[in-house]
Design a protein around this ligand. Structure first.
Ligand code: NDP
Ligand code: 2IT
Length: 449
């Protein structure tokens, strides 16, 4: 084990997701450290793996019955070398320091790849929005922002959505920030369109993930037309990944949520996708109901004790994991290859575990890591910040074209960095190296701070 990994593990024992994310980057950037001894002298690895600031706070809130509850709130301000901290908020019962530190760490490199000026951060709470009324969610968001508002600002730290935080939560959070600070600024992204949001922000992560996949296929003069695709999750990223795939002539056959997955071998068309959007975004129901509505679909209940995830059992050409971290293990990866998969583009953050990634890299299939493939979301957040600063709104085509150009540029940056450091075609190495170089060089320019 490298010295830096050892010291991170000893310093923060038990933060297994954070260690996983750090290990991948440390291994990828080894050739960069070998070539640049001044980085060791400046302790860049020690600095980049230590958050600039970690904020943890109590969030008391009251349910509809008058019962008081307490959740824990967090914001990890990881790195501000190239811009204000930027990254989403996750509300999910599994949220803890390890998960948010892994997400914040990944965000630093991802944001660097976007070409925009954004540092990295992440935050959230172990609050579970599932089964809560709108009023309960509003009171929780207000309690959360009562503390968070002291630490963020349009030039300091700009949060957005992630799992469990969508347009509804961003609205309540923004309303409370505005009331407390008496200012209407671009302090959050993912806002609704008529009060400062950007067109294409809801679509951006999913669309970007598909644009990245199309770029990879294009290197072999291939396209997504006619490809059968597995998509996991059924939230924001999964929905717009599926939407773009359908538009480009691919056939999407799966969706999932934490309770189980559906397989529709006739393909999920635009009408069926509309049903999923209404089910998930308005009725907040379960994906099982898809199979109740469409008899051609089969629903399989998730089984936490199984050695693999049933969603990856199906024959297909491409896989788009868009739910959560570590949803593809080594066995899933082997199943995917056995079933004909030749491309994996990560909509989620760290959905493939390290053993699964090795399976893909060994077989040299197209594998796009989340920090490259899902960077479209934060990229359009950056465009939302730019529009807010100008007090202007760009039309849909303009934002979408900029998103396409950014994804194209990330793709090229990854390939170029991978080739330069002796790993041609390895998008994971390329993403880690290119993101690392940009951030570390900015840190060195700014001195030991
Ligand atoms: P949503 O909350 O909209 O959707 C999350 C989806 O994943 C739901 O279908 C949810 O099922 C499922 N899911 C969540 N946790 C688990 C779990 N532990 N096991 C199985 N399924 C689970 O979130 P997003 O679509 O925004 O986020 C999905 C992924 O994409 C995350 O990894 C996020 O970090 C990443 N991402 C998001 C971006 C964005 O702009 N929103 C940008 C870049 C990456 P259920 O409804 O049952 O909870
Ligand atoms: O993981 C991510 O990139 C996000 N959740 C989006 C972050 C953002 O600031 O738009």
């Amino acid at each position: 084990m490298s010295d830096i990994l050892k010291s991170v593990t000893v310093r923060d024992p038990g933060e297994k997701e954070f260690h996983q994310a750090v290990k991948e980057v440390v291994e990828s950037v080894q050739p960069v450290l070998d070539r640049n001894p001044e980085y060791r002298q400046a302790a860049v690895m020690e600095r980049i793996t230590e958050p600039e600031r970690v904020i943890m706070f109590r969030v008391p809130w009251m349910d509809d019955q008058g019962q008081a509850h307490v959740n824990r709130g967090f914001r990890i301000e990881m790195n501000s070398a190239i811009g204000p901290y930027k990254g989403g908020l996750r509300f999910h019962p599994s949220v803890n320091l390890s998960i948010l530190k892994f997400l914040a760490f990944e965000q630093v490199f991802k944001n660097a790849l976007t070409t925009l000026s954004m540092g990295g951060g992440k935050g959230g709470s172990d609050f579970d929005p599932k089964g809560k009324s709108d009023n309960e969610v509003m009171r929780f968001c207000q309690g959360f922002m009562a503390e968070l508002s002291r630490h963020i600002g349009p030039d300091t730290d700009v949060p957005a959505g992630d799992i469990g935080v969508g347009a509804r939560e961003i609205g309540y959070l923004f309303g409370m920030y505005k009331k407390l600070r008496n200012e209407f600024t671009g302090v959050l992204t993912g806002k609704s369109l008529n009060w400062g949001g950007s067109l294409i922000r809801p679509e951006a992560t999913g669309y970007g993930c598909v644009y990245f996949a199309a770029e990879m296929l294009n290197t072999k003069n291939d396209t997504l037309q006619g490809k059968t695709c597995l998509v996991s999750g059924s939230g924001n990223v999964a929905q717009f990944t599926a939407e773009k795939l359908i538009e480009l002539g691919a056939k999407v056959v799966t969706f999932s949520d934490s309770s189980g997955c559906i397989y529709d071998d006739k393909g999920i068309d635009s009408d069926k996708l509309e049903f999923v959007k209404r089910l998930k975004n308005i009725r907040r129901g379960r994906i099982r109901e898809y199979a109740d509505k469409y008899s051609e679909a089969v629903y399989t209940e998730a089984d936490g004790s199984a050695d693999h995830n049933f969603l990856w059992d199906h024959k297909a050409d491409c896989a788009f994991p868009c739910a959560t971290q570590n949803e593809i293990n080594e066995k899933d990866a082997a199943n995917l290859l056995g079933n004909g998969i030749s491309l994996v583009s990560e909509g989620a953050n760290m959905p493939c575990n390290p053993e699964a990634i090795n399976v893909f890299l060994d077989k040299k299939i197209f594998y796009a890591p989340g920090k490259a493939a899902n960077a479209g979301g934060v990229a359009v957040s950056g465009l939302e910040m730019a529009q807010n600063s100008m007090r202007l709104n760009w039309p849909r085509e303009e934002v979408d074209n900029r998103l396409k150009l950014i994804m194209k540029s990330i793709h090229k940056t990854c390939l170029d960095a991978a080739a330069e450091y002796g790993e041609p075609g390895n998008y994971m190495a390329g993403a880690n190296i290119a993101g690392f170089l940009k951030v570390v060089n900015a840190m060195l320019d700014q001195g030991l701070v």
